[in-house]
Design a binder for this molecule. Sequence first.
Ligand code: AP5
Length: 217
Amino acid sequence: MRLLVLGPPGSGKGTQAAILSDKLGVPHISTGEMFRKTIRNGSELGLMAQQFIHRGELVPDDVTIALVRERLSQEDCRAGYLLDGFPRTVEQGRAFDNMLKHLGQAIDRVIYLDVPIARLIKRLTARRVCGVCGSVYHMENKKPKTEGICDQCGGPVEQRDDDSEETVLNRLDVYNQMTKPLAGFYQKKDLLCSVSGDLSIEETTRIIFQSCLRRDN
Ligand code: AP5
């Protein structure tokens, strides 16, 4: 199964992608997490990506497309994958179409998570993530068992550099201009399945399975 999860910052893409990847047994590929890993490693790519991410802007298309092309060529992607945060511009969407053609693959569904803007700002500014494994928490509804410590790996749980209110507002602007048009791009291909991401995490998963994947979770 090959799935894309599309939606604004904070709509729950990473949260739902992690659950779906576990239940469906396909790798969860998050371009945001891939970039954060390059930053943690201090690589040249990480230093470059950090400048864009810090400002809430997109990393240039050519860099992102090359990163995804390399990742999708790996063995664990043969039987399927779940892409979270890619494509993010219509140009990336077209490049991804070419990649799929080249690999003789097709996408099964694009899951679009719809959440009101005011809720997104609240979710992002209260989000905390593990600096080691990337597990996602929320200061009100998904706290780690021990404050500041990741339940999964014991790493430090901290605020993401780009989750300050100012950067969040810029990310939402960038989303509206650059990424939202992709919903129409996939609607025309009859691949888009839009669900409300403004329900509980569990209810959202249940509806994705029922409406987009036509099965029980
Ligand atoms: P990325 O990491 O992809 O960030 P994003 O798209 O802005 O999305 P987020 O990770 O902020 O939110 P999410 O939708 O995954 O929500 P989450 O599940 O965490 O990208 C970061 C940056 O990298 C970009 O800004 C860009 O610079 C660069 N980048 C990445 N991909 C790129 C690309 N393709 N091209 C160019 N640049 C790229 O949930 C948010 C919070 O809400 C959490 O605390 C969670 O616990 C909580 N929550 C989730 N669901 C619910 C629910 N149903 N109810 C209540 N709380 C919930």
